[in-house]
Design a protein around this ligand. Structure first.
Ligand code: SAM
Length: 219
């Protein structure tokens, strides 16, 4: 999303550019129209990750493995990432890239639709990154909250969906369902008493939700 002041464009210009395999994957994604996180979202994830120091991360939406490889850099020692992807070609590409990065023992790609896969997982995660079909976010939420540790962080990308979620302009018909579902999703994470949520106009819009510990419930 380009903010009214072009802030995202400016931020993108001054951020440290990617290098090595990550840079190569950025170039591949651009050439093959694979939607990966924007540089300003990547830098936000890194800063948050450094603060959280997660032992376990769950990602929904692997694509070619770019963000999971990026996130592996902020894992605590011995940490692991589980990442879910439903597109078979993407799963193959992600496996290839993760192997090239030497991270096959750190990142597990789970092939399948997250709506089904999430129900079968029963691990606890310090950080969950939701970056898949926007219309399914409301469906993913209860499972993510079940598996997010107290004191853990839920990060959801694309929540402002090209300005359509927050805008006053009428939304074109074929996007209406997604926009309505995203608004209802944002209402849920903002009104949940277990969560402290902040919505940032970074990239395409990022929602951060901290899951309170029991001792923090009334504060
Ligand atoms: N997180 C990746 C990155 O930044 O490198 C980009 C993910 S891309 C925006 C979204 C991916 O989610 C696509 O590859 C798509 O196939 C996948 N996806 C969408 N809905 C899904 C679902 N219900 N279950 C699993 N994967 C899904």
């Amino acid at each position: 999303m380009q903010g009214p002041d072009g802030a995202n464009d400016y931020v993108r210009k001054i951020l440290r550019p990617g290098e090595g395999l990550l840079l190569e994957l950025e170039q591949y994604a651009a050439a093959h129209h694979v939607p990966i996180i924007k540089p300003e979202t990547a830098s936000l994830l890194i800063v948050l990750g450094r603060l959280v120091k997660p032992g376990r991360i769950l990602e929904i939406g692997t694509a070619i493995g770019y963000s999971s490889i990026l996130l592996s850099g902020i894992l605590a020692a011995g940490g692991r990432i589980d990442t879910i992807e439903r597109n078979e070609e993407m799963v193959i590409k992600a496996h290839e890239n993760i192997k090239r990065a030497g991270l096959a023992d750190t990142i597990a790609v789970i092939a399948g639709d997250a709506a089904e896969v999430l129900r079968c997982l029963d691990k606890k995660y310090d950080m969950i990154f939701m970056d898949a079909a926007k219309g399914q976010y409301p469906e993913f939420l209860p499972e993510c909250l079940r598996m997010l540790k107290d004191g853990g962080l839920l990060v959801c990308d694309n929540v402002l969906y090209k300005g359509m979620v927050a805008g006053d302009e009428p939304v074109v018909r074929r996007k209406k369902t997604i926009v309505n579902r995203m608004r209802s999703f944002l209402d849920s994470i903002c009104s949940d008493p277990m969560l402290d949520t902040s919505i940032l106009p970074v990239g395409d819009g990022v929602a951060l939700s901290y899951k309170r510990r029991e001792t923090e419930m009334d504060k």
